[in-house]
Every structure is written in C-alpha cells, then in structure tokens.
Design a protein around this ligand. Structure first.
Ligand SMILES: Nc1ncnc2c1ncn2[C@@H]1O[C@H](COP(=O)(O)OP(=O)(O)OP(=O)(O)O)[C@@H](O)[C@H]1O
Ligand SMILES: C[C@@](O)(CCOP(=O)(O)OP(=O)(O)O)CC(=O)O
Length: 406
C-alpha cells in the first residue's frame, strides 16, 4: 500500500497534503404519504411506483454526519469507514459501495478538469454519523442516514450537482433517502429508463408553500423491526396479487396528492394519505407469508383519529404508518388545540407530549375508553414536529482536525 502511494504521489506533494478535509451536514427524515413499496430493479433500487413524502423538521428528528478524507488515513485505516452512533458499521454493502463509487466518480471528473485540485477521490473516507432518534425502528433512519451521507460527501468533494442529481445517488443507498435531499413536499418519480437516470426526487412544493403542516408521531415501539422494508417489499412483489392492483392505482393518487398540496386542500390530503397507508398495509397482509407492521396500538391510533374527526365534524387529522407500528398523524397548526384536548387523557405524561394548549382536556369521549386505554398502554413516547427543510450544512464536526471521532 505504502509503495503504491509513493508511486502515485511524489514525496514533496505528499508533504504538502497532510490536511484533514471535513464537511458536515444534518439531514431530515421524511414520511411518505404515497408509499414506495416494491422494486422493479433491486440492484439500482428502482421502484415499481412513484411516491411522495413530507420532509420533517430537523429541529426534532435529524441525522448529523461528518465526512472526512485525508492522504494520511492511508497509513492508519486505508479502508473507508463509518462510525454510526459510536459503532463501526460496514461500508462494504453493495448499497454503500454504489453511493461512494458514484460520488468518487464525480469528484474524479472535477479533478481531471482541474489538475490543481487535491486528489480527494483517491483518499480513504472516514465518516461519523449520529441519529437523534432510534435507528432501524420504522422512523426512516435509512432515509435520513443515506441522505446525510451523500450530502456530506458531496460537500466534502465540493460537487456542483443539484439535490435532484444527488438524489440519484442517495436512492442507491436506500430508496426513500432520495426524498430526504429536498425539503417540503417531495415526489420520487419512478422513471422509465432501465439505467435509472430518471428515477429521482422532485420538489412538489417547498416548506414555505404550506408551512402549517404538523406531524405528531406516536412511537408504538422503538424495537428493531422483524422484517426490513427491503426484504418485505421483495416478498410482496413476488407473492401479492393485491400489489399489482396497488401499482395501477398509485399514478392517479400521485396526481390527486400533488393537486391537494398545490391547493393546500387538507381534506383531500388527509383522505389520500389514510387510504394510501391502508392500501400499503393491506398489501403487506396479502404477502405470503403475511407481514404485520401495525400492532394493536397502531389500530387504536387509527380509531382515535377517526373519533377526533367525527367529533370535529370535519377532517382535522389523518394517519399514516411506514414499515412499523408507529403512527404519524398529520394535521394543521390551527387544529392543534382541538387535537391536543382530545388526545391529552391518552398521552398525558408521555415523553415529548406538550401541554401548551388552551382548550380543556375532554378526551376522546364516551365509547372510546378502550382506545384511550390502548394508547395509554401502548405509546412509549411522542414526537411533535412539522414540515421542514432539506439537508443543512453545519460547522459542528463529528471528526476532529486530527481525523479522530469527537
Ligand atoms: N446515520 C446513518 N448513516 C448511514 N446509514 C444509516 C444511518 N442511519 C441508519 N442507516 C442505515 O439504515 C439502516 C436502517 O434501515 P431500515 O430501513 O432497516 O430502518 P429505518 O430506516 O429506521 O426504518 P424504515 O425505513 O422502515 O422507516 C441501518 O442499519 C443503517 O445501515
Ligand atoms: C414503508 C416505506 O417507508 C418504505 C421505505 O423503504 P426503504 O427506502 O427503507 O427501502 P430500501 O430502498 O430497500 O432501503 C415507504 C416510503 O418511505 O415510501
């Protein structure tokens, strides 16, 4: 290794480039309202249907990643490495390799057009990342994680590519990650090309278009799930008849959802969101063997939303579930008082529950005692958040100026 290094770089250039290069970013979680479920090409991570999500605020949920590289790393740890939440995570999976290869190729192009640039593409990468929420527990950690990884390395390499162009790379890490490169309301167009070059994220509307959107996450379980999204969707594609119907229905839903967002029509947004979630979970149940992501607490959360809307006489809230039992309730800021009053008896005392509201706590009302009890027992914590921005470049590094984790 050392010999090859000498051949590539003469001694004087070696001495002049002992620098530790670093770039850090935070990246958001996104929760889909039109779900991605099914791959038409598992290697390139190309989906069977387009999807659409709301990017959530990084004030509450975020991944923080530092990417660093240096010629000096060659002597210590010549392999690329990732320290995730303090533990070494392999960067040898085909997904990680695909992301790193694409980013290096773009840097290498820059270096060949401008030979005065340091040859960062040839240096080992050292990454450190932390999620401020449970990893692999159905809270979209892979989405925020790969978006942060791609954004941080792109910044380290000073790549000129747009977030949409970078989303093509993040998609190869984890499909849903492509949507976390943008803020606000984001579509992932499935694309039609075999090479996947048109399967990328697209901004439907920035956060500023509809900033009143709120999300209340009822964490029903922070355990790692039994069937990963990757494995689950492959089995669904192979075994579910319902899945084929779903794939045919999604394009129309995408159009309707984009219209609802454009027109800030919460009623339509809510109806499509809940129907989509139910259709996705029905497809999971139709998989052989069936996949159960929702649990009893999830079902109680659905009943609670129904009771709240009935009591209001209009749609004030909607729900969606990813590949896990946690319920994400979307609602508009103006309806917080009403929603909070209805949920207060069930969620009082839970970590993350805020009592800042003006109405009296009425609870879910007569006939919903079982629902209230189910939420009381089954929800471990809540996360109150809102629509948010895309990745943000930060100066707070998780790797110090000597290349060591902080
Ligand atoms: N900060 C991170 N940086 C790099 N990779 C990460 C990061 N966080 C999570 N990952 C990767 O994502 C994997 C977890 O993905 P998985 O799809 O199983 O769960 P999830 O994303 O939390 O849930 P879901 O996608 O169902 O909402 C981790 O094992 C790790 O490989
Ligand atoms: C239910 C989902 O959250 C599935 C997410 O699947 P992943 O993006 O985690 O799958 P891979 O591409 O295999 O990594 C729906 C969604 O986010 O659209």
């Amino acid at each position: 290794m050392f010999k090859r290094f000498h051949q590539l770089y003469p001694a004087d250039s070696m001495a002049s480039d002992q620098k530790i290069y670093r770039a850090s970013t935070t990246a958001p979680v996104n929760i889909a309202v039109i779900k991605y479920w099914g791959k038409r090409d598992p290697t390139l991570n190309l989906p069977t249907n387009s999807s659409l999500s709301v990017t959530l605020s990084q004030s509450d949920l975020r991944t923080h990643t530092t990417a660093s590289c240096s010629s000096t790393y060659r002597k210590e740890t010549p392999e690329d490495s990732l320290l995730l939440n303090g533990k070494l995570e392999p960067l040898t999976t085909p997904r990680s390799i695909a992301c790193l290869r694409s980013l290096r190729a773009l840097r290498s192009e820059l270096e060949s057009t401008n030979p005065s640039l340091p040859k960062l593409s040839t240096y080992p990468l050292r990454l450190a990342s932390s999620n401020n929420f449970p990893t692999a527990a159905g809270l979209a950690s892979s989405a925020a994680g790969f978006a942060a990884l791609v954004r941080a390395i792109a910044d380290l390499y000073e790549l000129p590519q747009s977030p949409t162009e970078l989303s093509l790379i993040a998609r190869q890490g984890s499909g849903s990650a492509c949507r976390s490169l943008l803020g606000g309301y984001v579509a992932w167009d499935k694309g039609s090309r075999d090479d996947g070059t048109d399967s990328c994220a697209r901004l439907v509307a920035p956060k500023s278009h509809w900033p009143e959107m709120r999300a209340l996450i009822l964490v029903a379980s922070a355990e790692q799930k039994s069937v990963s999204s990757t494995a689950g969707m492959q089995t669904t594609v192979k075994t579910s008849g319902l899945f084929r119907q779903r794939v045919e229905a999604v394009p129309q839903r995408m159009l309707e959802m984009e219209k609802a967002i454009r027109e800030k029509d919460f009623e339509a947004f809510a109806e499509i969101t809940r129907k989509e979630s139910n259709s996705f979970h029905a497809t999971c149940l139709d998989t052989d063997p069936p996949i159960f992501y929702m649990n009893e607490t999830s079902k109680m959360a659905i009943r609670a939303v129904e009771a709240i809307n009935k009591e209001a006489g209009r749609t004030v809230a909607t729900y969606t579930f990813d590949a896990g039992p946690n319920c994400v309730i979307y609602y508009l800021e103006k309806d917080w008082d009403f929603l909070a009053a209805k949920l207060d008896l069930a969620l009082d005392g839970k970590e993350g529950w805020s009592k800042e509201r003006t109405s009296d706590a009425g609870g879910l009302g007569v006939g919903n005692e079982r629902v209230e009890e189910g939420l009381k027992n089954g929800v471990s914590r809540v996360i109150m958040t809102s629509v948010g921005e895309g990745p943000i470049s930060v100066q707070d590094h998780l790797i110090d100026e000597h290349g060591k984790p902080v």
